[in-house]
Design a protein around this ligand. Structure first.
Ligand code: PHE
Ligand code: CO
Length: 296
């Protein structure tokens, strides 16, 4: 087998663009350098500290239950033994971002693609695309939770199906992923907590999402989320809050999205920072620091 590559954004005549890869590789564990392990260790310790009392209990408990620690970059095969037993999910190593359909197909088969390489030391605080730390630290612990694990599989199947309906349904579904799997907040008995991987793997956003007065925090509603644009280059202007993973499951897995896609077709999208009359508002954001352009 060929040695796995590290595929990052590349400069082209269209600017700095993501590059898509499709190959599944063996995690080349022996190739990690001392710097790689140190980067994992630094980020792991830092996030563990910040996430106490901020990440949801299901995330923190499962992360230690599956044996992830700061000691070294985990071996996917070792994590897989725990995952397979808990929910039947399995990690597969990839070289970078996957095309949408390929990604959906993996999820549908209960395979979670994890970028095998970790950011360089000079990228500790920011990297444009998902790396090992984001994918593994952020996404994988909740795959141990049966309800969330089923949601992820159903999302993959829903994505394969939406691909046959065209671009708008796909955009609707991508927003759902963004505002739940990547940037979701959840209510708990102890207060508001984080479950979205994009937040969990970011020091700044872990604090911002829960404690800043700038963003909106709005009760989760599927259609509202599917209409809402988002930011890829700054903290989110809006976070959507679920009551439980069961609520998320019931609102998304059971209903047939066909009629919803149809209903949303041609409708205006909602700007990332907007608050609507129909929203259940936990916090109306002050909007401090918001850029006025650039919602995706
Ligand atoms: N129920 C959705 C459909 O009919 C599929 C889906 C499930 C989407 C879970 C997102 C999350 O297409
Ligand atoms: Co992610």
């Amino acid at each position: 087998m060929e040695a796995p590559r590290r595929v990052e954004h590349q400069m082209t005549d269209k600017g700095y663009v993501p590059v898509y890869t499709t190959t599944v590789v063996e995690q080349p564990w022996d190739q990690y350098t001392a710097d790689d392990h140190r980067t994992w260790s630094i980020l792991f310790q830092r996030q563990q500290e910040i996430l106490k009392g901020r990440a949801c209990r299901e995330f923190l408990e499962n992360q230690s239950a599956m044996g992830m620690s700061d000691a070294r970059i985990p071996k996917f095969e070792e994590l897989n033994q725990h995952l397979i037993k808990a929910t039947g999910w399995r990690l597969v190593a990839v070289e970078g971002l996957l095309p949408e359909l390929t990604f959906f197909q993996h999820l549908m088969n209960r395979e979670f693609p994890v970028t095998w390489w970790i950011r360089r030391p000079d990228q500790i605080d920011y990297i444009a695309e998902p790396d090992l730390f984001h994918d593994l630290f952020g996404h994988v612990p909740l795959l141990m939770n049966p309800v969330f694990a089923n949601y992820m599989q159903a999302y993959g199947a829903g994505g394969v199906r939406a691909s046959t309906f065209g671009n708008e349904p796909l955009a609707n579904l991508t927003r759902l992923y963004w505002y739940t799997v990547e940037f979701g907040l959840i209510r708990s008995e102890e207060g508001l907590r984080i479950y979205g991987a994009g937040i969990l793997s970011s020091k700044g956003e872990s604090i911002h999402s829960l404690e800043s007065a700038a963003p909106n925090r709005i009760g989760f509603d599927v259609e509202r989320v599917m209409r809402t644009r988002y930011r890829i280059d700054t903290f989110q202007k809006t976070y959507f809050v679920i009551d439980s993973f069961e609520q998320l499951f019931r609102a998304t897995v059971d209903p047939d999205f066909g009629p919803i896609y149809y209903h949303l077709k041609g409708a205006d999208s909602v700007p990332a920072g907007a608050v609507l009359d129909t929203d259940q508002v936990d916090q109306r954001g002050s909007g401090e620091g918001w850029l006025t352009d650039g919602d995706v």
